[in-house]
Design a binder for this molecule. Structure first.
Ligand code: NAD
Ligand code: WQD
Length: 341
């Protein structure tokens, strides 16, 4: 019998790519999502890419009674919990919404996994937990800094909820994956990132500018203490990131975890500046991007990239796709969405 994985938030950007990779690796998948930041297009994309009739349940994971029905109906041993609100600025404006959605949903996940004797929990964490790190690259042992947004705080709190729960409840295991900057799209161009409204993140802003939906990309600052003055990040291809979830699940289902709670950085291990990324996007897609340098954005850290040694050695996972491939795929996806030839 195939191992089954519940993917909460599986209609979203990273969840849909992960569902594809899980299915292609031989897992069964159930997607649960309330479609608050997504639509059925991604689920249909997953079905089309894989040819699998993936079950989808529209449910709010904060609604414990409704969510429990998913546990009654499907016999998965593992959950990957993507379902959360993720906009940093919005979390500053609406902290209670973020605390309610991100904490309640995760507490429900862990409680129900415990109650139904389902052992394996993977949590979507973020490099945001490191804040402005004192040393680079950051390892999993680099101290977390106090969160600078309610969103970041929910990531730290959920990590702690998972750590404390696996310590208290025998039979429960957890892995927190700290994603760096997920970018790109599936090579089929059938699924990708589809932000609502004006994108907050760099790559969707770039692709929308190239598509003529945004007039001009604002590069936030060129006076940082970095080689070209713009901020440095670790841009991880979403397909590589999705594959990291597959190996995390396999590690737990095969009993290979070295501790009941483990944390892994998921990045490329390489820092890329905003201006480098813009130039690469232009080069690989043979176009000119309209951009200007503006003031720094409040709250941005100057530089961060991952030390991925632990994920490389322990999970046997490496980022494989090049930035060129990633930025080509991002543009192919945008063209697909906008009907551009
Ligand atoms: P996304 O918004 O595309 O996906 C999240 C999905 O969860 C959406 O489909 C949304 O409808 C669903 N959802 C939200 N609240 C829900 C609820 N209460 N019940 C059911 N479904 C709910 O975001 P994403 O970029 O795919 O992010 C997935 C996860 O990864 C999130 O937890 C996010 O915080 C984390 N993460 C994202 C990034 C990033 O830059 N994209 C970086 C680090 C961590
Ligand atoms: C990347 C770089 C900007 C937009 C955020 C969250 C983090 C995580 C990933 C969830 C920065 C610059 C951006 C633009 C720009 N999400 N930029 N013009 O801020 O590294 O991380 O997403 O966990 O928590 O904070 O990503 O894509 O917003 O920015 O110059 O229009 O691009 O200043 O240097 P960030 P981002």
């Amino acid at each position: 019998m195939k191992e089954c994985v519940l993917v909460t938030g599986g209609a979203g950007y990273i969840g849909s790519h992960t569902a594809v990779e899980l299915i292609e690796a031989g897992f069964d998948v159930v997607i649960a999502d309330n479609l608050s930041n997504s639509d059925m297009g991604a689920v249909e994309g997953v079905r089309k890419i894989t040819g699998a009739d993936v079950p989808f349940v529209q449910v709010d994971t904060c609604d414990r009674a409704a969510f429990e029905k998913v546990f009654e109906k499907y016999s998965f041993n593992s959950v990957i919990h993507f379902a959360a609100s993720k906009a940093v600025g919005e979390s500053v404006a609406q902290p209670l919404m973020y605390y309610r959605n991100n904490l309640t949903s995760f507490i429900n996940v862990v409680e129900l996994m415990k109650q139904y004797g389902r052992p394996n929990v993977v949590f979507s964490s973020s490099a945001t937990v490191y804040g402005e790190a004192d040393t680079l690259p950051v390892t999993e042992r680099t101290p977390r800094k106090p969160a600078t947004s309610p969103y970041g705080n929910t990531k730290q709190m959920c990590e702690d909820i998972l750590r404390d729960s696996v310590a208290a409840y025998p039979g429960l295991r957890g892995i927190a994956l700290r994603y760096f900057n997920p970018v790109g799209a599936h090579p089929s161009a059938l699924i990708g990132e589809l932000p609502r409204g004006v994108p907050n993140n760099l790559v969707p802003f770039i692709t929308q500018t190239a598509a003529g939906i945004r007039e001009c990309l604002s590069v936030f600052g060129d006076d940082y203490n970095t080689p070209d003055g713009s901020c440095v990040r670790d841009y991880i291809d979403v397909v590589d990131l999705a594959k990291a979830h597959v190996v995390a699940i396999a590690r737990m289902t095969q009993g290979k975890s070295k501790a009941d709670y483990e944390i892994f950085n998921i990045g490329t291990g390489k820092g890329v500046s905003v201006l480098e990324l813009v130039r690469t996007f232009e080069e690989v897609n043979h176009l000119k991007l309209n951009y200007k340098i503006v003031e720094r954005r409040a709250g941005d850290v100057e530089s961060i990239w991952a030390d991925t040694t632990l994920a490389n050695d322990e999970l046997g996972w490496h980022a494989e796709r090049t930035l060129d491939q990633t930025l080509r795929a991002a543009w192919e996806w945008e063209k697909h969405v906008r009907g551009i030839k």
